[in-house]
Design a protein around this ligand. Structure first.
Ligand code: DLL
Length: 436
């Protein structure tokens, strides 16, 4: 149970997180104009695009409804201007560089001025407070420290709140379990997939979920389903909270679930403008409709980005939340546009497969999909594991194949391997191996 004293803030920044939405919109418009001015003044690529769209000064943005007139920014812009070509300030004003690994060779490099780092730290303090972290709690941070924003981001936020942060980083999982136990950690920070690896290590060390001191898990950096959350909650005896973010905005701290409701992720809208668009033609979609998430930075100095297409899929709602925050929430946050596989003409997302696995009895939560083209057609094989050594693997295989076909429409061959055979990740899990 959480033991927060009544005097401790449950909302880190009341003014920012609970302001009336009209007031928020006015602040957003001011900051959007500042961002436009910053891009025009300091980022040649963005400035040229704005000029092409007929925007020659901040005054050309009259209201927030003008947002769709502004041009999109893309991940490729960062790749093509690697490493520092999109900076809107001299490189010497950068106090930190981070990056996301990306699957296309060169990392996506991002940068922070001192003010950017301060904003990110505040956003992480807000987000971690929202997730239930309180001063004095002990945080075991198993996110990789280094260029990945998941390590230092949670580190900064935890210190700002006044929690005790243990910068364990990823890897050496048996040691992670020992430290969780010996230091009596209250909070585990990791990717959802790695949290299950740590849960197994705790179990191997003879520590049951009800005997460990953990209360909260702050997880993100990769897509995960409600089914996986339920598994993690019970494997660790915690409440798992979803953190969303991307390096290009700041890292974690863009949108986070509150512990109160765990229903949708509150967007830090005084720092990021969120839109949902039709991925096919870029048209803005109304609240509640699924599409691609697009963010505009409102306060970033080093690397302002206007209408950045994330490739992530979800929807937004401004329905009131039980926690009292007035910010919009991301709902149905799913996978990425480019995670979609087209198998014999049918669209398939890894999350659909995860749902089927976690709904079945007798199967463990670790899995991956292997794509092959042995003949003219694509074949998919699901590699998974039984949850117990003595399980009936043949029956499990048949059940999963039947359930997968029924629920996804795709014939997927199932291979039930020995427990421990599916490769474990220490960071973001690799769910799809494409051997075509
Ligand atoms: O993964 C930032 C982060 C770290 C967020 C730790 C939360 C916790 P990148 O490495 O730049 O930054 O990867 C960003 O990861 O565009 C999404 O595709 C995916 N992603 C991040 N969080 C979630 C989530 C960090 N909660 C990319 N659910 C994003 C689904 C997520 N996808």
């Amino acid at each position: 149970m959480l033991t927060a004293a009544a005097s401790e803030p449950l909302i880190w920044d009341d003014a920012a997180e609970t302001m009336p939405r009209e007031q928020l919109a006015a602040i957003q418009l001011d900051h959007l104009r500042e961002t436009v001015a910053r891009v025009l003044g300091g980022q040649p690529l963005g400035a040229a695009r704005l000029a092409d769209a007929g925007i020659s000064g901040p005054g050309d943005v009259g209201t927030l409804d003008d947002l769709p007139k502004l041009p999109f920014a893309h991940k490729n812009d960062l790749r093509e201007n690697y490493p520092f070509g999109l900076l809107a300030v001299p490189r010497e004003e950068i106090v930190r560089v981070q990056a996301s690994s990306g699957s296309h060779g060169k990392p996506t490099v991002v940068a922070y001025t001192r003010a950017d780092l301060e904003s990110w730290t505040e956003l992480m303090a807000r987000s971690m407070t929202m997730a239930g972290v309180r001063p004095g709690m002990l945080i075991h941070n198993a996110n990789g420290y280094g260029l990945f924003t998941g390590g230092l981001g949670f580190h900064q936020g935890g210190e700002r709140i006044g929690a005790t942060v243990v910068p364990v980083s990823g890897g050496m999982t048996a040691r992670q379990a020992m430290l969780v136990r010996d230091f009596q950690a209250d909070v585990l920070v990791a990717t959802p997939s790695y949290s299950l690896v740590i849960a197994q290590a705790l179990q191997d060390a003879g520590i049951d979920p009800e005997d460990n001191t953990l209360k909260l898990g702050l997880f993100g950096g990769e897509p995960w389903t409600e089914g996986l959350r339920t598994k993690i909650d019970s494997a660790l005896g915690i409440k798992a909270i979803n953190f969303y973010g991307l390096s290009e905005m700041c890292g974690p701290g863009v949108a986070t679930e509150c512990l109160t409701a765990r229903e949708g992720l509150h967007v830090q809208e005084d720092h990021f403008l969120v839109e949902v668009i039709d991925p096919a033609d870029g048209t803005p979609l109304p609240h509640g409709t699924d599409g691609e998430l697009v963010f505009t930075t409102l306060t970033k100095e080093a690397l302002p980005l206007i209408r950045y297409r994330t490739g992530d899929l979800g929807a937004i709602t401004t329905e009131p939340c039980a926690c009292g925050r007035t910010t919009a929430r991301l709902i149905r946050l799913g996978g990425r546009r480019d995670d979609m596989m087209i198998i014999r003409g049918v669209n398939l997302y890894p999350s659909q497969v995860e749902q089927v696995i976690l709904a079945a009895d007798g199967v463990g939560p670790h899995y991956r999909l292997i794509l092959e083209r042995p003949g003219p057609m694509d074949e998919v094989t699901l590699e998974c594991e039984p949850s117990a050594l003595d399980g009936d693997r043949e029956r499990l295989r048949q059940t999963l194949e039947k359930n997968l076909k029924e629920s996804t429409g795709v014939r997927i061959a199932v291979s039930v391997l020995d427990p421990g055979s599916v490769p474990r990740s220490e960071g973001k899990a690799v769910r799809v191996v494409d051997r075509r």
